[in-house]
Design a protein around this ligand. Structure first.
Ligand SMILES: *Cc1c(COP(=O)(O)O)cnc(C)c1O
Ligand SMILES: [Zn+2]
Length: 417
C-alpha cells in the first residue's frame, strides 16, 4: 500500500485530494504529492522494499498510485550503479559511481517519471496520454501509452534530433512537431490542456505525480550502496524536477530511518548554451532569468525552468554548485566516459561528466568523498553529434598486407589509452 495521502502546495501548504491538479487555488504555487510519514514509519523497511519487483515499483509505498500490480510499467528503474574506477582516477577522485540510467526501457531516466504519471492517470480515469517534451519524454510517453493501448499526443520542437523523433513516432501515437523551442512547446501545451482536460499531460496536469518518479533515483542509489548515502550527487538539470525530487527522495529515507551517512550535497549540471540556473547561482539572484537555448544538449534545453528556484534553494542550502559546460566539453566527455568506463551516454551524460570535472577542478566538489554522477540517457539517442568524428580507424582492402600495414603496434597502444 502507498502512504501517499494527497497533494500539497509547495508555497502555502494548502492540501488537496489526489487529483489531476497542478496549481494551488490560493497562491498558484506548484503542488506535490505528500505522504503520511508517521504511518509509514516502521512499515517501509529494507525488507518490505526487498520484497518488491526489480523496478521502480519496489518503492511503491513511497510513490503515489497503485502497487506494482496496477502500474503502467515497462520495467523502468533498478538500473546499475557502477563503480567508475578508471574515470575516477582520471578525474582525481577516490570513490566515483555512475548511476547508469541509459539502460531504461526507452533509453532515458524519463521512463521512471512516465511510469508514475501514467499509472496515476489510469487510476484517475484518463485514457489518453500527452506531454510537452524536449525529446526523451515524448519517446517514453508514446511507448508507455502503446503498451496499454492508449492513444498519445506528444508535442516536441520540430528541429529535434531525427533519432529522437523516430524513436517516438515508431510507437504509433500523434507526434506534433512545433516550429519553435521547448518553451514555445510548453506554452502551447498549457493552452492545449484547457481545451483537452481529459488528456493526461505527464508534465502538465499530471506533473505532481510525474515528478515523484525521480525520487526512485535516490532510493536506488541508497539501496545499492548498502543503505549508506553518498556525500555528493551530480544531477543534469532541465526543468529542475529531477534534482529537486532526488533531494526529496534522500530526505524521505533519512526521515524514515532507512539510511546512514551524510545528507547528500547535490550539484547541478547545465550546458552553457542553456544555463539559466548556473547564471542565477553565480550572480546570487533568487529569480531565474529565462534564456534562449543554443546547445547540442537538446534534452536539457529548457530556457525557463519551472523548478529553477527550488534547485537554487537546494544548491544554496547544502553547499552545492552548478556546472556550466561548452558543447566542445560535452562531446569530449561523451568520449571520455565511453573510453574509460564502457558507458555510451547521450549529450546530457556529457554535460554531467564535464560538469563533474569542472566542479572537481574548481574545488566546489570534494574529490575524496563518495560521489555519484547520474547518466540519464543513452548515446544512441544523439548519434547525430558523434557520427562525423567517431569513425573507422582505417578503411582497407580485404588483404592481409593492408591489414598489417594499418595495424601498427603504436595504434593499439593509442587505442587503449
Ligand atoms: C529530462 C531529462 C533530464 C532532466 O530533466 P528535468 O526537467 O530537470 O527533470 C536529464 N537528462 C535527460 C536525458 C532528460 O531527458
Ligand atoms: Zn498555495
Amino acid at each position: 500500500m502507498s502512504f501517499a495521502i494527497g497533494l500539497k502546495c509547495r508555497e502555502c501548504s494548502s492540501t488537496y485530494p489526489s487529483e489531476a491538479k497542478f496549481a494551488c487555488d490560493f497562491c498558484f504555487g506548484p503542488l506535490e504529492v505528500h505522504y503520511d510519514y508517521a504511518a509509514a514509519q516502521g512499515q517501509v523497511t529494507h525488507a518490505s522494499i526487498a520484497e518488491g519487483p526489480s523496478s521502480i515499483w519496489r518503492y511503491h509505498q513511497l510513490l503515489p498510485a497503485a502497487g506494482p500490480e496496477g502500474a503502467v510499467d515497462l520495467g523502468a528503474g533498478y538500473t546499475p550503479l557502477r563503480r567508475a574506477r578508471r574515470l575516477g582516477e582520471i578525474l582525481g577522485m577516490k570513490e566515483l559511481y555512475l548511476k547508469d540510467d541509459t539502460v531504461n526501457p526507452t533509453g532515458s531516466f524519463k521512463d521512471r517519471v512516465v511510469s508514475v504519471a501514467l499509472s496515476n492517470a489510469r487510476r484517475l480515469g484518463f485514457s489518453t496520454a500527452a506531454c510537452a517534451s524536449t525529446g526523451n519524454l515524448a519517446t517514453s510517453v508514446a511507448a508507455h501509452a502503446a503498451s496499454i493501448g492508449w492513444p498519445s499526443v506528444t508535442v516536441i520542437p520540430s528541429d529535434l534530433e531525427k533519432s529522437k523523433i523516430a524513436m517516438t513516432a515508431i510507437f504509433g501515437g500523434i507526434v506534433l512537431a512545433v516550429e519553435g523551442n521547448y518553451d514555445d512547446v510548453n506554452r502551447l501545451c498549457a493552452e492545449l490542456v484547457s481545451e483537452h482536460p481529459d488528456w493526461a499531460f505527464a508534465n502538465v496536469n499530471l506533473r505532481a505525480y510525474y515528478a515523484e518518479g525521480s525520487k526512485t533515483l535516490a532510493f536506488e542509489i541508497a539501496e545499492q550502496m548498502g543503505w549508506r548515502t553518498p556525500s555528493q550527487v551530480v544531477v543534469p538539470v532541465a526543468s529542475g524536477s529531477q534534482l529537486t525530487k532526488v533531494a526529496k527522495g534522500f530526505r524521505e529515507l533519512e526521515l524514515l530511518g532507512l539510511t546512514t551517512g551524510p545528507t547528500p550535497v547535490l550539484f547541478a549540471a547545465q550546458a552553457t548554451g542553456c544555463s539559466p540556473i548556473a547564471q542565477a547561482f553565480v550572480s546570487g539572484a533568487d529569480v531565474i532569468t529565462p534564456v534562449r537555448p543554443n546547445t547540442i544538449a537538446r534534452s536539457l534545453a529548457i530556457g525557463n525552468p519551472a523548478d529553477g528556484p527550488y534547485v537554487l534553494d537546494e544548491l544554496r542550502a547544502h553547499g552545492g554548485a552548478c556546472g556550466s559546460v561548452s558543447d566542445e566539453e560535452i562531446l569530449e566527455c561523451i568520449g571520455l566516459l565511453a573510453r574509460s568506463e564502457g558507458v555510451f551516454a547521450e549529450t546530457a551524460g556529457g554535460v554531467t561528466i564535464a560538469s563533474l570535472r569542472q566542479l572537481v577542478r574548481s574545488g566546489a566538489l570534494n574529490p575524496d568523498l563518495p560521489t555519484v554522477a547520474i547518466i540519464s540517457g543513452h548515446g544512441l539517442k544523439t548519434l547525430d553529434v558523434i557520427v562525423d568524428t567517431a569513425v573507422a580507424t582505417h578503411t582497407i582492402s580485404p588483404s592481409l598486407q593492408d591489414a598489417q600495414e594499418a595495424l601498427k603496434f603504436r595504434d593499439l597502444v593509442e587505442a587503449a589509452s
